[in-house]
Design a protein around this ligand. Structure first.
Ligand code: KG4
Ligand code: ZN
Length: 343
């Protein structure tokens, strides 16, 4: 029997969730609109908004779960990676609450939680499986052997997939965060209308900076001939850019699946909400006879539900943190590998 309150504040969404005996009792997210006008997340404004949002969001999560703070067994919080100021707001709150209630604290790795979001709802993947984690800050191919036993097979050497979406969107004049808007326009366009460069990376690593430069030069050239080129071609541009990003991701994941003889594939992180990616992966999995796992939309983008799920698994294993917890903006995913599994 366990009831855990989880807090997520690593970037620009303030979220709180309650998990009771491994099942999600509530998951509240407050998005921060303030950043839209700046074309990206402004760290100082994010920290201040977390300050304002945190208490009402936590209260709402407790109310939804029909539980009092005093009845919680542990408090969980994202310890990194993320923005330092934002992480400090969340961890300070969680530490204070854990101290006041005299309950254990659980420190969760945000990228690990994106993967373990797959264990919230059925069907849950069996181990081993490959997880493609695609978010605004990370792009990783992770071989999951167990909850706390995994290996990063490949990752981006420059921009993350979400960043590639957001930067392309910015060049097209779309507001931040542009990923979901590219997705929307792409659904109405032709993915083969324009051809963009594909990287030539060895192994399982990704690179998106060549694509970014390719789009920039292409748009500059076209706009010299036709000033309203972007507006006229918005749907086809979005469809073609999205198609290229998806190809870059899929080429590497096929290599990794084959090299490790895997038949189960999962996607995680904000970009896994992308409909084009979901559809392409569904077709690929169907062709190859792979099992594909895609989390519910609410558990793809940043949310405390995934932190709560990870915390539940940590709590079962006695993996608690102390009041000396310090958030780490660059917390590596490998820090979440269980100690006894480390060589
Ligand atoms: O995981 P996430 O919510 O936050 C981070 O941990 O970074 O991911 C946010 C990223 C942003 O880059 C956003 O544009 C992208 O996910 N994203 C999408 C879609 N929804 C969110 N990208 C493409 N298509 C979408 N539907
Ligand atoms: Zn995230």
């Amino acid at each position: 029997m366990s009831a855990i309150l989880a807090i997520e504040s690593s970037c620009d969404d303030t979220s709180a969730a309650v998990i009771i005996n491994g099942s999600m009792a509530s998951n509240r997210v407050a998005n921060q609109q303030i950043h839209e006008q700046y074309g990206g997340v402004v760290p100082e404004l994010a920290s201040r908004a977390h300050h304002e949002n945190l208490l009402p969001v936590v209260q709402a999560a407790l109310n939804d779960a029909n539980i009092q703070a005093a009845d919680l067994d542990a408090i969980a919080v994202t310890a990194g990676p993320g923005l330092m100021g934002s992480l400090i707001v969340g961890t300070s709150f969680a530490k204070g609450l854990a101290l006041a209630l005299n309950k254990p604290l659980l420190a969760v790795n945000h990228m690990h939680a994106h993967i373990l979001a797959h264990f919230i709802d059925d069907p849950k993947p069996k181990f081993p499986f490959l997880c493609l984690t695609v978010s605004g800050g990370h792009t990783q191919l992770v071989l999951m052997r167990d909850y706390f036993d995994f290996e990063i097979l490949g990752q981006t050497i420059d921009d993350a997939a979400g960043e590639a979406f957001d930067k392309a969107a910015k060049m097209l004049g779309l507001p931040y965060p542009g990923g979901p808007l590219v997705d929307k326009h792409a659904a109405l366009g032709n993915p083969y209308a324009f051809k963009f460069p594909m990287p030539n990376m060895p192994g399982f690593d990704f690179s998106f900076s060549g694509l970014k430069t390719g789009i920039l030069y292409f748009l500059q050239k076209q706009q010299q001939q036709q000033a309203d080129f972007v507006v006229q071609q918005m749907n086809d541009l979005c469809a073609s850019i999205q198609h290229t990003i998806i190809r870059i991701l899929i080429n590497k994941l096929i290599l990794a699946m084959e090299a490790h003889g895997l038949s189960r594939l999962a996607i995680a992180g904000g970009v896994s909400a992308n409909r084009g990616l979901r559809q392409a992966l569904a077709e690929l999995a169907n062709q190859r006879g792979w099992e594909l796992f895609v989390p519910d939309f609410q558990y793809c983008t940043d949310n405390a539900g995934m932190i709560a799920m990870t915390a539940h698994l940590q709590f079962e294993r006695g993996m608690t943190a102390g009041q000396d917890l310090i958030p780490d903006p660059r917390l590596p995913l490998t820090a979440a590998v269980a100690k006894e599994d480390k060589p």
